[in-house]
Design a protein around this ligand. Structure first.
Ligand code: SF4
Length: 283
């Protein structure tokens, strides 16, 4: 049995950058509390590792009056930045530059009076930050089915997507909007390059694999998207966070096992999964 890891795997640029900024903040601020609001990235094992180094993940700002706060790669709304500053906290902004570009787009669209539609998950921190930049005036849809019922506040439509969406979903939303009455329709390709490359390389591998293993956090939007794409191609596709979830019968009489990973999955977790699959196939 052969095991192949997708060409694009491991941390993406934005995640690497956020982790490195958090580590630098810990290094420079020994003796001061260093927080992240929510998880700095959507991978529990990395969050635990950073927590052992001193990064405290907090759910809200209750009782937080002093220290350093690292804003995650998903970004935060302008109102939240104001709140952090008004509490006198030192802010380290690790928002991924690709998310920042999307934030600037929604801000401008709102100022220019567009009906803003965001394709994404409204509970995801990146989408919440985008909503904040649109002064809560954007409409969030999770797929094309919601488009029909949307009331347009303006005949000018601006569409963007969460950075980790698939092009396929985005194209379906675009086609559905085209059926609505509008004067102007602006589409911004805010799916980040890493996401596109990762999805394409996983899909290529899934075409030839008998089993696909998707490694990544349960909260990670891009990992869930990879699972969705690969399971549409290879019926034996499984999502795991770590190698302990692997089951022997997933690998019985298989010739090729493919491994793809989310953008917040470190190489060491992927390697452990690969070793465990090798061990299963040799037993
Ligand atoms: S997936 Fe893309 S947008 Fe998200 S953090 Fe990584 S590089 Fe940035």
């Amino acid at each position: 049995m052969k095991i192949k890891i997708a060409e694009c795997s491991g941390f993406c640029f934005g995640v690497k950058r956020a982790i490195s900024m958090a580590k630098q903040a810990l290094e420079k601020n020994k003796g001061r509390p260093v927080y992240s609001l929510g998880h700095i990235i959507h991978n529990s094992q990395v969050v635990e590792e950073l927590s052992r180094e001193g990064l405290k993940a907090i759910k809200d700002l209750d009782g937080i009056k002093e220290g350093v706060i690292v804003v995650s790669s998903h970004g935060a709304s302008p109102a939240l930045f104001e709140q952090l500053k008004s509490r006198g906290l030192e802010v380290i902004d690790a928002t991924c530059p690709f998310v920042m570009s999307a934030q600037k787009i929604v801000k401008a669209l709102n100022e220019e009076g567009y009906t803003i539609i965001i394709l994404g998950d409204k509970e995801h921190p990146e989408v919440k930050s985008l909503l904040g930049f649109a002064k809560d005036k954007a409409i969030v849809v999770k797929d094309e089915k919601k488009i029909k019922g949307i009331e347009m506040s303006s005949k000018k439509i601006g569409l963007i997507s969460q950075t980790t969406q698939s092009s396929e979903n985005y194209n379906k939303v675009i086609s559905e909007i085209m059926k609505k009455g509008f004067l102007e329709f602006r589409v911004f390709n805010t799916i980040c390059n890493d996401t596109k490359k990762r999805q394409d390389s996983a899909a290529r591998l899934a075409k030839n694999a008998d089993t696909m293993i998707i490694v990544g956090g349960r909260m990670s939007a891009n990992t869930k998207r990879l699972f969705q794409i690969c399971s549409g191609i290879c019926k034996d596709t499984y999502h795991i966070e770590t190698e302990v979830e692997l089951k022997t019968d997933w690998f019985t009489s298989r010739e090729l096992v493919g491994i793809a990973s989310g953008a917040s999955t470190p190489d060491w977790i992927i390697e452990k999964a690969k070793s465990k699959i090798t061990e299963i196939s040799n037993s």
